[in-house]
Write a protein that binds this ligand. Sequence first.
Ligand code: HEM
Length: 411
Amino acid sequence: MNLETAEATLATPFPWPRMPVDPPEVYAWLREERPVTRVTTRAGETAWLVTRYEDVRAVLADPRVSADQRNPGFPLIFSANNRDALDKTRSFLRMDPPEHSLYRRLLSKNFQVKRIEALRPAVQSLVDDAIDVMLAGPHRAVDLVRALALPVPSTVLSWILGVPLEDQAFFNKIAEELGNLGDGSDPSLIDRAQKAHADLHAYASRLAAEREAVEDPGDDILGQLVKAAREGTIPREQVANIVLVLTIAGHDTTANMTALGTLTLLQHPDQLAQLRENPALIPGAIEELLRYLSIVQLVITRVATEDIEVGGVVIPAGEGIIPLNFAANRDDAHYADADRFDIHRQARDHVAFGYGVHQCMGQPLARLELHVIFETLIRRIPTLRLAVPVEGVPFKSWSNINGVSALPVTW
Ligand code: HEM
């Protein structure tokens, strides 16, 4: 990309269109030429984009950088008119230590590797059942999003969180509305996403109230939160706020990784064949998929609370920062030929799960679900292929979480 084209892109509001799985072309130019640069977001706010791997990690590990959205200068990306609603539903995702640490400590046992690993047989049955249904259908063709990618994480989430399985259709509808911002220029889609957020919060509040009304709230995450609120360890409103953040964080993420991951594997048939022959390669392939796709790409936002120097540039106190993990994960200075998908790469140090104190809490669960899903899909449907040309796949053009809204497959 030449200077003129890059400048023209930078003059338009952030974020810029993806390609559709690859990051916007200007990210590579920024990493080379302007690794820390000030932009205006579609919400009309200014923020510093950070694009190099080392700089993104440095920002995310810096205690002078805050994740608390209430701090002046905290940047919003798509729309600035819902700041109050966001403050009302603020969870530990948008808090700093020591407030943040309290919630991590409270919830961490639920996501420990050993505890998550114990779910493997149940997740395996779930995936096998979903694939049985696919194979039993009359047409040898399904939308993989609806048949597998969405139901698996939403069912697992309902087990650990303790929310009713019957509400899955509601979750899926909300996830779709939250994740569909069109090309970012249609205010009605942004309104719809904001309404979906409010509906989900109202739902979470109702669930919390129902659970509070029973004497023994139980041992699932909802029960643990209700107990903590009763004991005064956490404020009452945090029960619903945490249910809200876990529902969003644990649902659409794994679903989109499943769909986009499957698509990526189908587009690299040689590497897919290697996974089929040697399933021991699957965990490494999942790390590479996480790096390469970096689906959670517009969620990580911060603000400087003091002047800080990043990559030779001073970001003044009170200014917003968007550490672009998608750009960091495609940095050639850290991953040789970073735009190439390569299951043999050692990619586990990617920042697809973020970095620092907010690094994704659900990683063990995401890894387990993705492992069971890909291992089973590859083994049980070896002839899986796209049912439409790749140009016909409906990519989500603008979303905090990258993905596809459907993935028509056949076998
Ligand atoms: C492949 C799937 C997933 C990806 C790519 C992903 C990515 C991320 C990223 C990038 C962050 C950091 C946000 C920041 O620094 O501002 C994050 C945080 C978080 N994720 Fe995930 N996530 C995934 C799955 C899950 C699952 C399955 C759960 C739980 C059920 C979960 C729960 C959380 C929570 C609670 C946080 C907030 C942690 C904190 O602020 O301390 N995630 N995730």
